[in-house]
Design a protein around this ligand. Structure first.
Ligand SMILES: [Fe+2]
Length: 289
């Protein structure tokens, strides 16, 4: 853990806070101490790989805490929320904690997505979508490789987790050279995708009205080339296909479908003909099915 101590500004004086000291606490078992006479502080786990835990004793107990902005010196009182009490998660998880804490591995990402879907029933709210996007961006571990298989003939849907109640599904897709999807929809679901390896192209079209045929109307064409980029599509935005156009480099993407779905509608670009198909996974939890 990293600790930075500052002087407490007198009489709510504004302006940047004055730093007193910066300490790294890296020896397990070390005990530290602070009270208002010594100053105010912030503590941080700066590692993007290792979680940390600390034991705190406040005597006497307190309910309110004053927080400062380091640059402006502005302060406000707030009530810190407990995330769990006596080993039991509180009914209203503190969403801020979920948002600021990165997902340190793929199982941790699943747990955090699950908590967000439990805490936030309105999946269409901007707040919820931003939180999901933030979680996917924060996941930087390479443990997705354990779930990834490639196939010479088809791109692969490798299921990492499928929620038993159908709330969401997390997949790693494997794109061999020059493999692509047909043009498809995402029936009633939000689709978040993140580039893990290689480079992917996305071409989107207007969804034709029921019973209308003819060449599909293209909306946009995009390339995703920066590893870690997160994209999003739902039926309100159109239908699309995604493609690895490289003849040399394989690609991989992480997909979150929320809620899960078992059927997908597929279009022919020239005729506008469409058909429903069942989605098929190539592997489940690291085993080919
Ligand atoms: Fe898609």
């Amino acid at each position: 853990m990293n600790e930075i101590q500052y002087k407490e500004p007198e009489n709510d004086k504004l302006g940047p806070l004055t730093k007193i000291s910066e300490t790294i606490i890296d020896e397990i078992g070390t005990v530290g101490y602070i009270d208002d006479g010594l100053g105010i502080h912030m503590v941080e786990n700066k590692s993007d790989k290792i979680q940390a835990a600390t034991l705190h004793l406040y005597t006497p107990a307190y309910e309110k805490v004053k927080i400062w902005d380091e640059k402006t010196g502005k302060s406000e009182w707030c009530m810190p929320q407990n995330y769990s009490i006596n080993g039991v998660l509180c009914k209203q998880p503190n969403l801020n904690n979920l948002i600021v804490e990165p997902a340190i591995n793929i199982q941790n990402l699943i747990v955090k997505i699950d908590r967000l879907t439990e805490a936030h029933k309105n999946y269409n709210s901007k707040e919820f979508q931003n939180a999901i996007n933030h979680l996917l961006v924060s996941y930087r571990n390479e443990d997705w490789k354990k779930y990834l298989f490639y196939n010479d003939k088809i791109y692969t849907r490798n299921c990492v987790y499928s929620d038993p109640d159908g709330k969401f599904e997390l997949l790693v897709l494997g794109w061999n050279c020059n493999q692509k999807t047909p043009i498809h929809n995402h029936p009633g679901a939000q689709c978040y995708y993140k580039l893990l390896a290689g480079e992917m192209y996305e071409v989107s079209f207007q969804e034709p009205e029921e019973g209308k045929f003819g060449k599909l109307v293209k909306i946009d064409e995009d390339v995703m080339s920066e590893i870690g980029t997160v994209g999003y599509i739902d039926d309100g935005m159109g239908i699309h296909y995604v493609e690895n156009r490289s003849s040399k480099v394989k690609a991989a993407t992480l997909h979150l479908y929320l809620p899960s779905y078992g059927k997908v509608k597929v279009w022919d670009e020239t005729s506008g003909d469409s058909k429903w198909y069942e989605t098929k996974n190539y592997s489940l939890d690291g085993e080919i099915v």
